[in-house]
Design a protein around this ligand. Sequence first.
Ligand code: ADP
Ligand code: MG
Length: 257
Amino acid sequence: MDVDAHPGASALTATDVTRRYGDIRALDGVSIAVPAGAALALVGESGSGKTTLLRCFNRMVEPDSGTITVGGVDVREGSAIQLRRRTGYVPQSGGLLPHWRILRNVALVPTLLGMDDPETEAATALELVGMPVSRFGRRFPHELSGGQRQRVALARALAARPGVILLDEPFGAVDAITRAELQSAFARLRTELPVTALLVTHDLAEAARLADSMAVMREGRIEQQGTADELISSPDNEYVASLFEQALAASSPLRRA
Ligand code: ADP
Ligand code: MG
C-alpha cells in the first residue's frame, strides 16, 4: 500500500464484518460506507460495538470475517503499523505521552513518517486546533486543562495530514462548555481539511452536529444509517424511533445550526 502519496481524504468501507469475543458477538455482520471527506458518527448504547468497529479501521482489532477498506484498499494488504501512521486516532483519554512536551508529542507521527519538517507540521496542526506553539509547545500534558489536552490529541492525530481520522468519544471527559468549544473547533477543522472522519459518540446531538450522517449500533449490528433528519423522520424500527424520542424529549438540539 502506498502510504505517503495520499494527501486527500480516503473513503472507508466495512463489509459484513464480524468479530467475536468468546460468546459475545461484538460485531455481527456490520456494513458501513463513508465517502471520502465525509464524517460518520457511530452512536449506540454502551457495549453495542462502536469502539470495536472503529478500531477495525486501524487494525487495533482484526475482524474474524468481512472486509475493511481505507481509500479503496483492503487494510490487510499493508502493514498495521503503516496503516496506523496514516490514520489519525484520538482515543477517549487523549493518549498523549506524559513525559514529552506538547510539540514533541504532536511531531511524533510526522517524525516517524520521515516528513521534511516534523516540527513545522506539528506547529501547523497546533495552530489549527487553537493551541499556538508559541504558548503551548514547550508545556507538558499535565500543564494543560482537559479540554486543551483533547485539542492537542486532535492536533497530534492530524499532524501527519492523514486521509482518515478515527475519534472515540473524544469530547466525553470534559465539562459542557469545553465540550461545546471542542465541537466548534472540530466542525471548523472539517471545513479546512480534506479528511474523512469516523466518530464514536453516545450523544445524538453531538453526532448530528459534527457528522454528515450516523449509524445506530445495537448488539453488534447497524440498526440504521442515515442523516439525523432521515433517522428522525423515517426510523426503520422501534429502537431507532425510541432513541430519538428520548433525545428529543431531553430537548437536545438535534438539527445542525
Ligand atoms: P462500545 O464501544 O459500543 O461501548 P465495544 O466495542 O467496546 O462497545 O464492545 C462491544 C462488546 O464487545 C461488549 O460486549 C464488550 O464487552 C466486548 N468486548 C470488546 N472488547 C473486548 C475484549 N478485548 N475482550 C472481550 N470482550 C470485548
Ligand atoms: Mg466504546
